[in-house]
Design a protein around this ligand. Structure first.
Ligand code: FE2
Length: 361
């Protein structure tokens, strides 16, 4: 999709959605198995570096089976982790040069990323991760065509899919005081806009969240920053040994079927307090959803008459502290702000039970 018209003032680097997220860690086969449980199917292997591509719908996840360079260093520093992500752009060379001119920094020298060391258009991303700009994607002229194809993957994908379609958004957890660094980065380099700002307070801890949206409206990156030393954001940063991707949200056209299929395979989801489900009809009168089926699956709902609805659920920590979200949008373009508070409360309750934080009775 070499759409020169997209290289305009509003979308100066021609961004056009997420292409992939890249993972590394000490047990790559376990990571691949986890992704397969979630409905992803291995389709290609990069012969240059033994990186496996897993696909479902329009989503690509890459896993380093034999990490080297940055991927090896990242695994050593962070354990199971996301060491890179890619934005699709209209023209990679133009976007890369434009990004450098607009203040991004090149990933220096031999980067060791998933696309192998001869891929030139790689920037420095959050927490030492790699940020690629890529202009060959999709099934036509895909960059994976040059990789070794796994025989029969199309049929295998059809059988294994749980209905996930698109990488909707992913979040970054940033260190205290760094929210503006990263909102400024995405704004000045890619012309992301600030979408919504939330101040979320629990009983003892809190966080700020600033949602950033790219000019193509398809790349969305909410940034989370702690308000104190003990919140779940700080706990993530300690556990992950740095800033990085916190959760990755994937869309489905039928969240009930997707989540039921994932549960049947043994994927673990975050639980929600029982009273949440009792309050849905009061909070969102006339929502029209099957609350009993939501309760059974612990699926959350948010939105309003004006903004439309969304259904969502979060997995348990999957790769180190990184987890996934399954989301079905029904006109709502937010991130589940109302649920954000509910989720925050439920995680904080867990922190209190584990003794990580204390509240006065
Ligand atoms: Fe989310």
């Amino acid at each position: 999709m070499q759409d020169a018209a997209k290289l305009d003032q509003e979308n100066p680097l021609g961004v056009d959605g997420f292409e992939f997220v890249e993972f590394t860690g000490p047990e790559p086969e376990a990571m691949i198995s986890r992704l397969e449980l979630m409905g992803f199917t291995p389709t290609h292997v990069n012969p240059a570096n033994d990186v496996v591509r897993l696909k479902q719908g329009d989503i690509t996840m890459l896993v380093h089976r034999t990490p080297a360079g940055q991927a090896a260093d990242f695994a050593k520093d962070h354990g199971p982790s996301a060491n890179g992500m890619a934005f699709r752009v209209a023209n990679a060379k133009a976007a890369y040069e434009g990004a450098l001119a607009r203040g991004a920094r090149a990933a220096e020298g031999v980067h060791g990323g998933a696309l192998a060391n001869d891929y030139p258009y790689v920037l420095q991303g959050i927490g030492g991760s790699l940020l690629y700009v890529i202009d060959q994607y999709g099934e036509a002229g895909s960059l994976y065509d040059a990789w070794d194809e796994i025989e029969g993957w199309e049929e295998a994908e059809r059988k294994n899919s749980v209905g996930l379609e698109i990488l909707d958004h992913l979040t970054h957890n940033v260190r205290r005081g760094e929210m503006r660094t990263w909102s400024g980065f995405y704004n000045s380099v890619f012309n992301f806009e600030e979408q919504k700002y939330f101040d979320i307070k629990g009983k003892a801890t809190g966080l700020f969240s600033q949602a950033m949206i790219a000019p193509d409206r398809a790349i969305r990156i909410p940034l989370n920053e702690s308000q104190d030393e003990n919140s779940q954001i700080e706990e993530f940063i300690r556990r992950y040994n740095g800033e990085g991707i916190q959760h990755i949200a994937l869309t489905t056209a039928n969240i009930f079927e997707t989540v039921e299929a994932m549960r049947a395979r043994g994927v673990d989801f975050q639980d929600t307090i029982e009273t949440y489900f009792e309050l849905i009809d009061k909070r969102l009168p006339g929502h029209g959803e099957d609350v009993e089926r939501m309760r059974k699956n612990r699926i959350l709902i948010d939105g309003s008459d004006e903004e439309g609805l969304l259904l969502q659920i979060f997995t348990q920590d999957t790769f180190g502290p990184i987890f996934f979200e399954i989301i079905q949008r029904k006109g709502n373009e937010g991130f589940g702000n109302g649920n954000f508070q509910a989720l925050f409360d439920s995680i904080e309750l867990d922190q209190i039970r584990r003794g990580v934080i204390k509240v006065d009775a």
